[in-house]
Ligand binder design. Structure first.
Ligand SMILES: C[S@@+](CC[C@H](N)C(=O)[O-])C[C@H]1O[C@@H](n2cnc3c(N)ncnc32)[C@H](O)[C@@H]1O
Length: 237
């Protein structure tokens, strides 16, 4: 189901396949556990409810899909989509360890070409994925297509803070904490990639404008962690 013909896509997929063994450990250290709070906030903003059918895009090792599963309970359903087979394997293993009762279906696919028909999902989440896709408007367009008419999407990612103090702090943290720690674990290049990807990533206002262009009626960007992260919340109608 994966459409990985583009070399850029393949390069990004290789990066995520190679960091799979250390990914969860690094997330906890680098954010001092805060990523768990930000992911829980993202699920709240998606307005997922018990009994809903939800989709977590770029699900990686599954954190947000698990939070969605706890929210929609056993009467709901969750789908996790990612193009890294190694991270999907980790997600499946973790779901078993956590004894999650909600049905979760893991799908290896490109989020730019979702293997679903229109209007299927009550809520969609995406954590730290949008910055990595090669075509942001196309990713949002795919979300719009598969969301039910009243559905919501909540998209969590890094963000360049407008305040120069926090901006400098973020860059210092990436250069002096993130990259050295990743170097120790043998995945330097993969984490050195965050800073340039963040430079190319549209800021909140620009994300809103792209969302409107693909058809979302309401779009709001909530800055979190002093603007170093953000959640883009989108309403189909
Ligand atoms: C930084 S990880 C985030 C994982 C997880 N959402 C989390 O927050 O822990 C980004 C994920 O996006 C996936 N990804 C990037 N581009 C993708 C694409 N075009 N299609 C599917 N998955 C993609 C990667 O394989 C990786 O698992």
């Amino acid at each position: 189901m994966t459409n990985n013909s583009s070399p850029i896509n393949q390069e990004i997929r290789d990066i995520f396949n190679s960091i799979a063994p250390v990914y969860d450990q690094l997330n906890d250290w680098l954010s001092l556990g805060q990523h768990r709070i930000w992911k829980a906030m993202t699920v709240k903003w998606s307005a997922a409810k018990p009994g809903n059918t939800c989709l977590d895009l770029c699900c990686g090792s599954g954190d947000i899909a698990f939070e969605l599963a706890r929210t929609v309970k056993q009467t709901g359903k969750v789908y996790g989509v990612d193009f890294s087979c190694n991270l999907l394997a980790t997600a499946k293993e973790r779901a078993q360890q956590q004894h999650i009762q909600t049905p979760i279906t893991w799908i290896e696919a490109d989020v730019l070409n979702l293997p679903f028909t229109e209007n299927q999902f009550d809520a969609i989440t995406m954590g730290y994925g949008l910055r990595n896709v090669k075509d942001i408007p196309r990713a949002l367009q795919e979300m719009y297509r598969v969301l039910k008419p009243s559905g919501k999407a909540a998209i969590l990612d890094f963000h360049r803070p407008p305040n120069p103090i926090f901006r400098n702090f973020q860059q210092w943290y990436l250069d002096n904490i993130v990259v050295p720690m990743a170097t120790n674990l043998g995945v330097k290049d993969e984490y050195a990639y965050i800073s340039p990807s963040l430079d190319r990533f549209p800021i909140g206002k620009e994300q809103i404008s792209i969302a409107h262009q693909v058809g979302f009626v309401n779009a709001t960007h909530y800055p979190i962690a002093n603007g170093m992260m953000g959640v883009l919340v989108l309403n189909k109608k």
